[in-house]
Design a protein around this ligand. Structure first.
Ligand SMILES: Nc1ncnc2c1ncn2[C@@H]1O[C@H](COP(=O)(O)OP(=O)(O)OP(=O)(O)O)[C@@H](O)[C@H]1O
Length: 302
């Protein structure tokens, strides 16, 4: 079931075109990534979806309603980049305050416990670590027991461990049955978490696919290395549409190709009863795909 549908969304600020003709659909229960470098138009897109900005053109439907429908307030939890709280507000006060906004809020004590904030209820926001602030902002996005959570640049500024903890949290949010829209400029984050990704560049969607789909769509080469235990005729491999090149390095074979290369090569080896020893696959990453699909030479904004 589609829970968010964005069709031909455009938005400009004065002379700056922030978003141009963006379309995508988010399915129930998925983690949907909006990935792009700084200034690509990600925040503008999700702010329109959250009803915080008015598009210049295009249509948006969220749970079959228009974004500003008051009924959505309890159904969509939003954690936006500038969601800072007052430094002196404690975790407990913030949670109580926010739960008062909703008709049927989640149990904030349980939520704080689930998010590892149970022992921080009396701590002032200004005294929390970066990771704890992020946990609190996730808790506040979930306090209304929403069906959709929109999380924008959640892990920016966190150290690698706190970032990984936050990834686990996002997965646990999805496991509660909440659909997650995740805005990020971190490739590794999108690759690890997202079921599907809309890759946004200069205000437009340049590709929309699974992480693996984006990698193979970019046509970035992968390499398989192995040592055949029986004699191998290279033409068996070069005949495969997935294979671009077969190289020999001593007793090792290197197969360069695209698509589902590993499956294609291992099927041929199995048919000819050739055992591949020390088999290694060097996979292209989403990082490589990003560079290809956006034509980004500077590799900025990763
Ligand atoms: N309120 C605003 N007024 C004028 N220009 C804006 C405003 N908000 C965003 N922009 C511009 O619109 C473009 C898209 O910005 P947006 O914040 O949507 O991108 P983003 O992909 O979320 O980037 P970031 O990750 O840096 O937040 C940028 O060129 C930005 O400078």
């Amino acid at each position: 079931m589609t829970v968010i549908e964005v069709a031909n969304l455009s938005k400009r600020y004065g002379d700056t075109v922030a978003v141009r003709d963006v379309s995508f659909a988010v399915e129930d229960g998925e983690i949907f990534g909006i990935l792009g470098r700084n200034g690509a138009g990600k925040t503008t897109t999700v702010e329109c979806v959250a009803g915080l900005r008015t598009p210049d053109s295009g249509t948006i439907s969220v749970l079959r309603r228009t974004p500003r429908d008051p009924a959505l307030r309890a159904l969509v939890g939003v954690q936006l980049q500038e969601g800072r709280l007052q430094d002196r507000l404690t975790v407990r006060e913030a949670l109580e305050l926010y739960s008062a906004f909703y008709p049927a809020p989640a149990d904030w004590r349980a939520l704080a416990g689930d998010l590892g904030l149970g022992d921080r209820l009396g701590t002032a926001y200004g005294k929390l670590s970066g990771g704890q602030k992020q946990r609190l902002s996730i808790a506040l996005a979930l306090i209304g027991a929403p069906r959709i959570a929109i999380l924008d640049e959640l892990t920016t500024g966190l150290d690698p461990q706190a970032r990984r903890d936050t990834w686990d949290l996002i997965e646990s949010v999805r496991d509660r049955g909440v659909t997650v829209v995740l805005v990020t400029h971190f490739m590794a984050e999108a690759e690890r978490l997202c079921d599907r990704i809309a890759l946004i560049d200069r205000g437009t969607v340049v590709a929309l696919d699974t992480p693996a789909g984006l990698v193979s769509r970019a046509g970035t080469a992968q390499t398989i290395r192995f040592r055949p235990a029986q004699p191998l005729d290279d033409t068996l491999l070069t005949a495969l549409p997935e294979v671009r090149e077969v190289r020999r390095r001593g007793d090792r074979v290197e197969v360069v190709g695209t698509g589902d290369l590993l499956h294609a090569v291992s099927s041929v080896l199995a048919v000819h009863r050739i055992v591949a020893a020390d088999l290694r696959l060097e996979q292209a990453t989403l990082d490589d795909a990003f560079v290809r699909l956006t034509g980004d030479q500077t590799r900025e904004g990763r």
